[in-house]
Each structure stands twice: as C-alpha cells, then as structure tokens.
Design a protein around this ligand. Structure first.
Ligand code: C2E
Ligand code: MG
Ligand code: MG
Length: 747
C-alpha cells in the first residue's frame, strides 16, 4: 500500500529551487542568506510534508479492509480490494503471482487494468464492473499463460467520496482446459464405442433417452434424443414385453446389477437385428441425477450361429424337417399341455416299405429324393400346433391335434400312402412305393410322450405284413410287442453264442429215388435243448436287422458243409439256402455269395438260392438283375412256395430261375382235388417247356409221390423222405439212400 503526494511536493520543491537559483544570479550579494533561508525552509517543509503524509496514510487506512486482506492473503482464489480512485489497492498473493508482482507497491491503476483486462478505467467502467454479476477477463499471466478469470465485484464500504470494492476472481483457466479435455474425452468415448460397436442409451427422466453417436449410427436415429416410447416402436413386437419388463425393473430400482436381454431392434438398414440390451440403474448422488439406460451390442451373428446350432440339433439334414430330437422335445411339451388343458393329439408313425430296396436299386441320391418327397407329402397334412419329423432312416412321425374325429389318423395315413404311390413315375416307375403306419393317441395311450410314441411304433410293427398296413394301438399289442422285443434281445445273444444251427432236409430225384440235394433250414437250439423253428424268429430277425448275420451264417455254413460232404466222398448234391428279401436286395449280394464259394471251395453249380415269388415280384427289374448276377456265377435259382403268391406263369418267362418249387398246399390236396392236380400238372408242363425243373414240397405219402412222378415232377421233398435233420443224421440218411438206390440200380 502507498500514496501519491510526494510527487506534488517534489514539483513544488523543484520550482522553489529554480526560483532561488535565478535570484542568486541577479542578486549575488544576498545569495548566501537566501540559500541558507531556502534550505531551512525546505527542511521545514519536508518535516511538515512527512507529518501530512503520515496523517494522510492514517486517514487512508481507515477505509482499508485490512482484516479482509489478512484473511485473503492465503486464499486459493484471486482477490483485489480497491478504492475507486485507485489510491489504495490490495491484491492477494495469488493475484500478485498471476501478475508477477513481487511486493505490494506497484502502479495500482495499471495493474488493476491488467487484472481486469481493461484498456481504460474511469467511473463508468467501474460502475459497469460493480453492476455486472460477472465480468470475465483474459490476460497473459507472469508465466505467459493465458489466464481467464471471472470477476465478481461488490462494494464493501463507502466513506465520504471514497468507495472500497472487493473483487473476487474465479479462475476459469482450468475449467476452459477441462472443457477442451471433455470435448476430446467425448470424441474418445464416441470413437471407442464405434470401434467396439456398442451403442449407449441414457435417461435421467425415464421418458427420454440420450443416444450415443454409435447408437444413432446403429439404429439410424435422426438425433441423439429419442423418447423411450418411440424407441419401443423400434423393438420387435415379440420382444416388447421383455423390453417393457426391463424398463419396469429399472423403474422399480430392481436392476442395480447389470442385466442383459436379447431383443430384436429395427436397425439403420430397416431390418431387425438381434441386440444384447445391457441395462442398469445408476442412483443419483447429491450432485448427480439418477440415470438409467444401457448399452446395445449387435449379437445378430451369435444368434445366427445359435440358429445354425439349433438347426443342426433339431433339423434333419436330408429332408429339412424336424428330427427326432425336436420331435421328442415338442412331443413332451405337447403331452404336458394335453394333460393340463385336456387336449388330445394323435401320433402317427410311418415307415416306407422296403426302403432298402429303393436305396439299393435306385441309388443313394434317389433314395434321398424319395425321403425328401415323403417328408414333403407328410408336411402337407400337418395342422396348426402339429409337427412332422423324420425319426431315423425311413421312419417318420406326424403329431396332429385331435378334434374328436377318430378317423383322422387313418384318413391321414391313407392320404399319405396315396400321394406317395403317385411318386412311382420316371426313375421310380418300376418301384412299388408304399408305406405302413401305426398310430396312438396322447395322453391316453401312455404316461409320457416317449411311451405314446413307442405304442404307435408297436402298432406300426403290427401293421407290417398285415393287410390294412395302417394300425391303431391297442393295449393287447403291448404284451406281444414286449415279448417280441425280448425275443429280439435273446436272439442277438443266441447269434453271439452260436446257438443257431443248420438242419438239412433231403430232396429226392423222383425218377431214381436218389438224394439230389438238401435244403438248409435254420434252427435255434436253446441251451436247454429246445429247438425253435424259423417261423418264430426269422421275421423278427428281418425287422430288427439281425437277419444279415443269420443269412451270412447260413450261406457260409451251407457251402462249407456241402464241400465237406464232397470231400468225404458223398455224391455231389445241391445245397439250397433260403434268402429273405432284405438279403436278396443287398447291393453286394453277388460278392457275398462269391466269397462264400471261394472260402469253402464249393463249385457254384452245387449251390442253389431259394426265393419266394412275393420277394421277386416286389421289384421285378432289380430282382432280375440280382438273379442274373447269381446265375453268372453259376449258382442255381429256385422259386420257392410257387402257387401261394401271384402264381402267374408269365413270370417264368422273365425270371432266370432253374427250379420251381410247388407249394405244399397243392400237394396236400393233390390226391383228392382234381383242380389241384390239374394246376400242378399244367405248371409242370409249362416249366418243362421253359427248361425249368420242378420239385414238390411237403410230400408226406407214397401216393402223392406217385401222382407227382406221373405228372412229370422231377424232384420231391417232404416228410416221406425225411424231416429237416442235423448234418450227422443227414449223413446216415445219405448212406442209407446210397445203399437203397444202388440195390434198385442192381435190380
Ligand atoms: P420253406 O423254405 O418253404 O421250407 C420248407 C418248410 O416246410 C420247412 O419248414 C420244412 O420243415 C417244411 N416241410 C418240409 N416238408 C414238409 C412236409 O412234408 N410236411 C410239413 N408239414 N412241412 C414240411 P421250416 O424248416 O420250419 O421252415 C419254414 C420256413 O422258414 C421256410 O420255408 C423258409 O421260408 C424259412 N426258413 C427256414 N430256414 C431259413 C433260413 O435259413 N433262412 C431264411 N431266410 N429262411 C428260412
Ligand atoms: Mg425254402
Ligand atoms: Mg417252401
């Protein structure tokens, strides 16, 4: 703090000194006395002035807010206390530092103008300063840094004509810097969100969202502000309930944790995309508003992957309809709904008849074509809430809602059968396309979906081979099917334990009485010695795919045994083996037969394969090609049970058979039934004309043998000669036969 009066005093002294010097020039005689008087006067004046200055200073300090200054000195804010005539100015330490002032003595007005960044400072400016709430000044501080201070000036005291003001400054320099930083932080934030592809939505009023730049980009929003109501319209209708409950949980303050829902939101391209909407509420503190909102992350790709996984898990690749997994899941759900809401559903299981033949004859690709078409036919009959599925191979299922129409499953299965049969054109013209069906009803036909499905499968098994080929489940089926299943398991074990054995029944040349061949007939000899006949287990083996193993055994064992007899010195005879349809239509049939012959060393002419009419005619073209392959090997072919099936002699023209086996049913009646006799003798005649040999099955008495011999039948087989017997017994028979016939020859 200081005062300006010394300047005036100096001027006065200088003027007085000048006058004294001029006087001494013109009046040298009195100059000495004058100078002494002048010096004394000056000394006196100085004393007076000093006293005046002291009094003046004292007077000034009465308007000085020294107390405020004392307190302000250490304050961390800029402060100036000043009088409006700028005769007294106090600047606190922080302000002095800003202006680079080392002490308290400085040019008050000049420094105040610097601090307030004013070009001029007069009463009006002072008035403006005090009247405005805030005045912002910018100046370069002592370190050369541009400093911005917002000033607030107020009148502290007015005494006489002098006013004392207090100006407090609020340094905005850091805040300005922060604003710049904040702007760049915002850019940084936006860039990060863009790179991470995360959209942010925040709301402080639970009505409107502030959307981040990335959200605006992702969803193609018009601005950063969107009401929650409008945002909701972008959410897929099916996901709105989920979205609403998310918003509600935020409302109720439940979501202090980050939660996430996957919802579809219409995006910038106009299409719905899957987003993970992660949300939480942020409680406001004293200074901040409560916020809620979240992040949206595009998870469409993950969802597509999930769909793919679901597709792989639930969709059948070949037919593109549901697979067994899906059927089981939906089926069980439907079963539970049925129990809960008293609904009923039908389950129809369908099986393409002889599908393996289609696969073998037409090739794998065509087989798939048939499966696909079958699936599509089935699909047409699915009603809302129902399902069509491929369970495995050629096994399909349809689930249909029941509306009290008991004929629905039969009608549906029949319609599928009819449509399917129509596919037998072009490449499939020669194939008989048919299917069998079994059905059951849920919830009444079982305690779970699996059980109801199994019961429909029982019905299907019962339908195979029956005339109707569509069969509904009845509880009585249960026991027989269970028995069948048990038998299947037992048979599998029996095959492993070599409980299967070939019996041989002799075939006799009716003209010589000599044994000319044997038919290998399979028997299952149980450990307790019980002999099970083929009729009880061959059909089961055929439906459960055990037949392949059985037939392989019969083929190899038959060849081996015949070769052994040849080696033992018995006359060469033909070994006949029986094939089922699934054996015969195997693509590698020829190779298997060839291998069995090679392994045993038996010449092909001593092996004969017996086929039934029905088997050969189910796919005549393929049958002929399979037969020709066997004939090319040199293997003989017999038509078994002739007369029980189509009995059309015209087939004898087409099928390359070498022997015709007249069915036992004709032979039983031949003695007393003229018609039976006529049929048998004309068949024999026609066969002869085609160079096909004939054999009569089931000859039980010499009279039948006699009639047949006279009718021209070449060979005979039946209890008259011998029942099917084990190999050792047949050897006895063989030896006996050789003895007897050689005696006859001698006669
Ligand atoms: P199939 O091929 O027609 O065999 C003739 C059946 O008639 C045999 O019954 C035989 O014992 C029986 N039989 C023969 N002569 C007489 C007779 O004078 N009176 C009576 N009442 N029956 C007679 P089996 O051995 O029970 O065979 C039944 C059917 O089982 C066979 O009919 C054949 O279709 C099938 N089979 C037998 N063995 C095999 C086999 O190894 N593989 C296959 N796939 N099927 C076989
Ligand atoms: Mg046979
Ligand atoms: Mg037969």
């Amino acid at each position: 703090m200081g005062y300006n009066s010394p300047l005036g005093a100096a001027v006065v002294i200088a003027a007085a000194t000048g006058l004294i010097i001029a006087y001494t020039r013109f009046h040298p005689e009195t100059s000495r006395a004058v100078i002494i008087t002048y010096i004394c006067t000056i000394a006196f004046l100085s004393i007076i002035l000093s006293i005046a200055a002291w009094i003046y200073r004292k007077h000034k300090s009465s308007v000085d807010a020294s107390d405020i200054a004392g307190i302000s000195e250490g304050l961390n804010t800029e402060m100036i206390i000043w009088t409006d005539d700028f005769s007294a100015v106090y600047m606190n330490k922080r302000m002095r530092q800003q202006l680079g002032l080392s002490g308290t003595d400085f040019d008050y007005k000049k420094e105040i103008m610097r601090a307030f960044a004013l070009k001029e400072l007069n009463k009006e400016v002072v008035k403006d300063l005090t009247e405005s709430n805030s005045y912002e000044s910018r100046f370069k501080n002592a370190n050369g840094v541009v400093t911005t201070i917002a000033w607030s000036t107020s009148l502290v005291k007015r005494k006489k004509k002098l006013s004392l003001y207090l100006s407090t400054g609020f340094n905005l320099t850091e805040i300005k810097k922060m604003k710049v930083n904040l702007a760049s932080a915002n850019d940084f934030f936006n860039a990060s969100m863009e790179l991470a592809e995360i959209g942010i939505l925040m709301s402080s009023d639970k009505k409107n969202y502030v959307a981040s730049t990335e959200t605006v980009r992702m969803l193609g929003l018009k601005s950063n502000n969107i009401s929650i109501k409008n945002f909701r319209t972008l959410v897929h209708p099916n996901d709105r309930i989920q979205f609403d409950s998310a918003i509600k949980s935020v409302d109720s303050g439940e979501s202090a944790e980050v939660k996430s829902i996957d919802i579809r939101i219409r995006s910038a391209d106009g299409f719905y995309k899957w987003y993970a909407y992660r949300y939480k509420s942020i409680k406001g503190t004293g200074n901040t508003l409560p916020l809620f909102g979240g992040a949206i992350i595009d998870v469409t790709q993950e969802h597509e992957k999930d769909l793919l996984i679901e597709r792989l898990a639930y969709i059948d690749e070949v037919t593109e309809i549901a697979n067994r997994n899906k059927l089981m899941d939906v089926g069980q759900e439907t079963f539970e709904t049925c129990r809960l809401l008293k609904y009923s559903y039908w389950i129809i299981v369908l099986d393409i008849d002889r599908f393996h033949i289609i696969n073998d004859t037409c090739g794998y690709q065509n087989g798939n074509y048939i499966l696909r078409n079958f699936a599509h036919i089935m699909y047409k009959f699915v009603t809302p809430g129902g399902l069509a599925a491929r369970m495995s191979g050629d096994n399909f299922a349809i689930v249909l809602r029941d509306y009290g129409d008991d004929e629905l499953p039969i009608r549906t299965a029949k319609a599928i059968q009819d449509e399917f049969a129509k596919l037998a054109v072009d490449d499939f013209a020669s194939v008989n396309l048919s299917c069998s069906a079994g059905y059951s009803k849920m919830p009444e036909d079982g305690n779970s979906f699996l059980e109801v499905l199994e019961h429909a499968e029982f019905a299907l098994k019962s339908s195979v081979g029956s005339n109707s080929s569509i069969c509904g489940y009845e509880p009585s089926m249960h026991d027989s099917i269970i028995g069948r299943t048990e038998l299947e398991k037992e048979l599998a074990v029996a095959i492993k334990h070599n409980e299967l054995q070939l019996f041989y029944q002799p075939k006799i040349d009716l003209s010589t009485g000599k044994i000319m061949g044997v038919e290998a007939l399979i028997r299952w000899i149980k450990p307790d010695g019980t002999i099970v006949k083929p009729d009880s287990f061959v059909p089961i083996a055929e439906s459960s795919h055990l037949i392949g193993k059985i037939s392989e055994f019969v083929l190899n064992e038959g060849c081996r045994q015949n070769k052994l007899w040849q080696k033992m010195g018995y006359p060469n005879i033909v070994m006949s083996i029986n094939f089922t349809s699934s054996d015969f239509y195997q693509a590698d049939l020829r190779d298997k037969v060839f291998e069995a012959l090679a392994k045993s060393g038996l010449d092909a002419e001593w092996l004969e394969v017996e086929l039934t009419e029905t088997l050969a005619l189910s796919d005549i073209d393929y049958a002929v090609s399979q037969m020709n392959k066997l004939r090319e090997l040199g293997v003989k072919l017999a038509m078994d049970d002739f007369g029980t099936g189509y009995s059309s002699l015209s087939y004898l023209q087409i099928l390359p058979i070498t022997l015709l086996k007249l069915d036992r049913s004709f032979i039983i009646d031949i003695e007393h039934d003229n018609i039976a006799y006529e049929i048998v003798s004309s068949v024999i005649r026609i066969a002869k004309s085609k160079k096909i040999e004939t054999i009569a099955e089931g000859i039980e008495n010499p009279n039948q043998e006699d009639i047949l011999r006279k009718a021209g039948c070449d060979f005979g087989q039946g209890y008259l000669y011998g029942k099917p017997m084990p190999a050792e017994k047949l050897q006895d028979f063989f030896e006996q036969n050789i003895k007897q016939t050689s005696k006859k020859d001698q006669k």
